[in-house]
Structure formats: structure tokens, C-alpha cells
Design a protein around this ligand. Sequence first.
Ligand code: TRP
Length: 455
Amino acid sequence: MSKQDLNGGTSGPAAGEKGGERFSSLGFIMSAIGSAIGLGNLWKFPYITGIYGGAAFVLLFIICLVIVGMPVLLAEMAIGRAGRGNASTSFLNLSGSKRWSFFGFLGVFGSFMITSFYSVIAGWTLHYALSSFTGALYKGTDYAAQFQTFTSGYSPIAWQFLILGLSGWVIARGVSGGIEKFNKVLIPALAVVLLILMARALTLPGAGAGIEFFLKPDFSKLTGESTLVALGQAFFSMSIGMGVMITYGSYVQKEQSLGKATVAVTGGNLLYALIAGLIVFPTTFSFGLEPAQGPGLVFVVLPAAFSSMPLGAAFGGLFFILLAIAAFTSILSLLEVPVAFAMDRWKWSRLKATSWTTAVCFIVGVPSALSVGGVLSDFKIGGKTVFDSLDFVTSNILLPIGGLVVTLFIAYASKRAMEEAGLKGTLLRVWVFLLRIVIPPLIVLIFLYSVGIIS
Ligand code: TRP
């Protein structure tokens, strides 16, 4: 395969080349925040914080965001804007080496696979939103059984189809006419819904116990394990390691400050995660429910709380809409990675690339939807269901590898991308020091830990 082949044409108008698609400055910030904020913040962050030490864990998470998350986020954006290509060809454009672009391709593959199972949970949130608004959710009282009945049937496939279809529809409209347009409306809308729900949660009787559980520092719970969990969460929640920010970065205008964008995205991401915790825990505690529920927390515990709250059906519906919006804007970013790749690689139109990617992603995602309690629950690969295997392989293997590739590439292989970040003086020195010396061993550590080689 010639260089030209793999690249999808250095000479043609690749995505982001002159005349290519561009974000507006606000549109980029909103879209990047939309990518970062997702189920990772609103669904996973609260419950792992509860398990791993409350405020002490939050502190650890912030440290991870600052020393690993921010530098790698900036690195991805810089590679994208300097390389002006998709997650794979940006590497090729900058280094001329296929080896790097192969590693970049892992991100294209990884984003696609994440979308296939992430959209399953996103679909659940739509179902829960609807059945909360209509009141159907509150007909019975055994929410665990309801969750099981729902997830073991076939309707999750329809919801998954719906959310992927909507995502495809937005992406097909393009970067400025689709992705940024929707993010600019949905992200502020999300803030409004979050604030309403937080006000409700914090004024419930007995909310204090929940705030305490979430935020009281318990340093005795901080172990090596919590550090690694915090680091992994920093990666996932910042959407780094899968080429998402490289792809988005390739649509950023030259004049925009990538440093400022990094600060805005990190701050926004953290803020939404904290507010999510201030909704989930006060609500859970106020109704005397058990917080250490893990992944089922929001689908099993919260409906019980909403059912006994005045106007609970409306608040519950809003809560699940919030999850759905957050997941939706993340899916837009994940799906754009393979779409941009297909457009460059095969010279497809945006519409064609989107239609194919979305359709194939749906087909690949169906087994995941059926493996959480459904007909495929007993089908195990290495002791894990299809859903869990995909989650494991992408989050614990592809994500750290992707993060490491980005870090090493910018630290050692591309001066051009390093300059693109636009840092100067001390900031530049600190950034390069982190990328060269601190981050690579940390990533290797998460990797070895999460695949079980060290414990
Ligand atoms: N960050 C999103 C969340 O917190 C998920 C996500 C979007 C993601 N794009 C990503 C995770 C890229 C890893 C890589 O839910």
C-alpha cells in the first residue's frame, strides 16, 4: 500500500485541509466538552467515588486530570490540528511513517467498538426517561426486577437503534452544521437540567448524609488501586486515547488557543462530574437507600427515590434525559472518528461514510445489547459477556495504548505537533517534562494493573 493510499490522499482536500470543515471557536469548546461529559461522569464517577474514598478520591482524580489528563488532551488536539487529518492520517502527515498511523488506526477501531456498546447504555437512558415521564416506571416497586426485565428483553435494541440513528443524522449534517450546532444547544441545556436537579437533591431532607458520603475525605481508603482507578477514569472521562480529540482537533481554526481549550474542557468535565455526585448521593441517602450499588445505582436505586418524591416522575424523567443528552454528545464524538477515517481513506461523501459506519456499528452492537441479561448473557468470552469483554478490551487495553502512542509521538517524534500546542516558557517545559518522563510510566502502570499483570 502506498503512502498515498493509507493517507487517503495528502494532496486531496482531506478533512480539515484548506476548504475543509471547521469548528467555530465556541463550537469547538462546546463539542469537546460534550465529548468529555458522558456516562463516565454522570454514571460511573459518582459510584466509584463512593467506593474509593469520597473527597480523597476526588482529590486524586483532580491530580490525575492535571498531570496526565490535561497534557495528553492538549497533545491530541495539537496532533489533530498540525496533522489536519483523521485519527490515523494525522500521524502519517506529521511523521511520514506508516507505523505511527497504524497505531492511530487503533483509535479508529477503538472508538467504533466503544460506540457499539456505549450506545446500549445510552439507549437504556432513553427508555428510562420516557417511562419516568409517563409514570410507567413507578407502577411497581421492585426496580431491580424491572431493570432486569427490561435489559433481558429485545427492546434495548430498538433504543440503541434510535440513539445511533439520531447520532448518524447529526453527524451527516457535518461539523459546523451538525456536531457543533447540536453541542452548542445541548451542553448549556444540560447545565440547566443539572442545576435544577442539584437544587432538588440538596434540599431533600437528610441530604447532608449524602454530601458527606460523597465528599468527606477518607484517606484510609486511598490505596494503589484507587490511584489506578482515578487515572483510568481521568482517561476515559477526558475522551483521550482513542483519537477523538485528534479528529476534533483537525477541525479547529489556526487562531484558537489550544491551551485555553484544554483548561475549559478539563474544568467543565470536572464540574459536571462533581455536580452529578451532588445529585446522586443526596437523593440516594435522603430516601435511606444503599449507595454502594455500583453500575446499577442510577437505574435501580434512583427510581426508588424519585417514586417517593413530589413530582418525582418529572424529576426522574429530567434526570434520565440528562444522562441521554450527555451520552449522545459523547457518541457524536466517538462516531465521528471512524466517519472521518472512512471519508479520507475511501474518498466517501460524509453522508455515505456516516450511513455505513452507523449501520455497521449498530449491527456490531446488537450482541452487546443482548448480553446484559438477555439471550446472550450466558455466552462468555474468557469468562466475560460480550458487553463486558468489549468494555474491558477498549477501556483497559486500547485506551492506555492509544494514550501512550499520543504521548510518545509528541514527546519524541514530532516537533511540529509540539509547537502546534502553542505553549511557551515554563509551561512548555513542564508539559514536555510530563510527556517525556512522568506520563509514559504511569500509563504503563495502569495498563499492567488493568490487565491483571500487577495487582
Ligand atoms: N468521555 C465520555 C464519558 O465520560 C466517553 C467518551 C467519549 C470516550 N469519547 C471517548 C471515552 C473517547 C474514551 C475515549 O462518558
